[in-house]
Design a protein around this ligand. Structure first.
Ligand SMILES: [Fe+2]
Length: 286
């Protein structure tokens, strides 16, 4: 018989200490840290420091990345490698953990007094499947993962990771940091695609009538947003943003081609002009 704790793993050496140090060196002075929010299924994305008191930096987001793109893109890739290895470790032990993707990485900073009250990670808005949290530093007290009302407590030393299911059976807290600052990188894996509901705002939000509607059409090609192959049916209105992006890309390419053609023509005209001038000089016409 399996126990709930059989699905909670602390993975040693999940991230090299050098990478932990580089991440802190790069990000700990970033001005983009903000108070972390909570979502409980009813109130989504709210600030409440009675429930959660720590700061967050969304290190995979474009505006954070672009502050020092050369370094940060490489750090992101390095974290991705560690996350992939941690997931492999988990799936070797829990083969039923079918995961599709993660949604980027957050750097969390718990200063003295920082904590996260007991909660679960998954909700209707964010259907997370597995959490993965890397410890980045030492030199603090508290800040442990406490599951099931504190019945099962795990520490996540520097360079290790804790992974556990995000569902309602895994309530957990981060105990208060009583001394020092605790840094961690956290991500979640999803096992389902996030898809918009198939309902039509032009038809009272009833389910899409698909082939009964003349606007339901097939598109084939590559998605200019993701590069993924598209060969699917869908509503014309839903296709519109993708087609507009595609159109903008084509316009840019056309503009670049016209500019290149113009430059070639100017150059050719100059050469022709020089030939005419030289011929005129030879005949003593200039
Ligand atoms: Fe959590």
């Amino acid at each position: 018989m399996k126990n709930l704790t059989d699905f909670i793993f602390v993975i040693p050496n999940a991230m090299p200490h050098e990478l932990c140090d580089m991440l802190l060196e790069e990000y700990q002075t970033d001005a983009g840290f903000e108070p972390a929010r909570v979502g409980n299924g009813l109130v989504f994305d709210a600030l409440d420091d009675n429930i959660r008191k720590c700061e967050i930096l969304h290190i995979s987001e474009k505006d954070v990345m672009q502050k020092n793109a050369f370094v940060r893109e490489r750090l992101d890739m390095a974290v991705f490698g560690c996350v992939a290895n941690a997931l492999k470790y988990y799936q070797e032990r829990v083969p039923t953990a079918a995961i599709q993707k993660d949604l980027g990485y957050d750097l969390l900073r718990y200063k003295e007094g920082g904590f996260f009250a007991e909660h679960i990670d998954s909700s209707a808005q964010t259907p997370r499947a597995i959490a993965c949290s890397f410890g980045l530093n030492e030199g603090f007290d508290g800040g442990e993962f406490a599951f099931f009302g504190g019945e099962y407590v795990v520490q996540v030393p520097k360079g290790s990771a804790v992974m556990f299911p995000s569902n309602f059976m895994y309530p957990h807290a981060v105990t208060p940091v009583s001394n020092g600052i605790r840094y961690s990188i956290v991500t979640w894996f999803f096992n389902m695609k996030i898809e918009a509901k198939s309902n039509c705002p032009l038809d009272g939000f009833k389910p899409c009538r698909q082939l009964e509607c003349a606007w339901f059409m097939k598109i084939r090609g590559s998605n200019p947003n993701t590069g993924d192959e598209v060969d699917d049916w869908g509503c014309s209105i839903v296709w519109m943003p993708i087609l507009m992006i595609e159109n903008a890309q084509q316009q840019r390419q056309t503009g670049a081609a016209v500019e290149s053609f113009r430059n070639e023509m100017v150059r050719a005209n100059e050469v022709g002009h020089q030939v005419l001038v030289a011929a005129a000089e030879q005949r003593g016409l200039s």
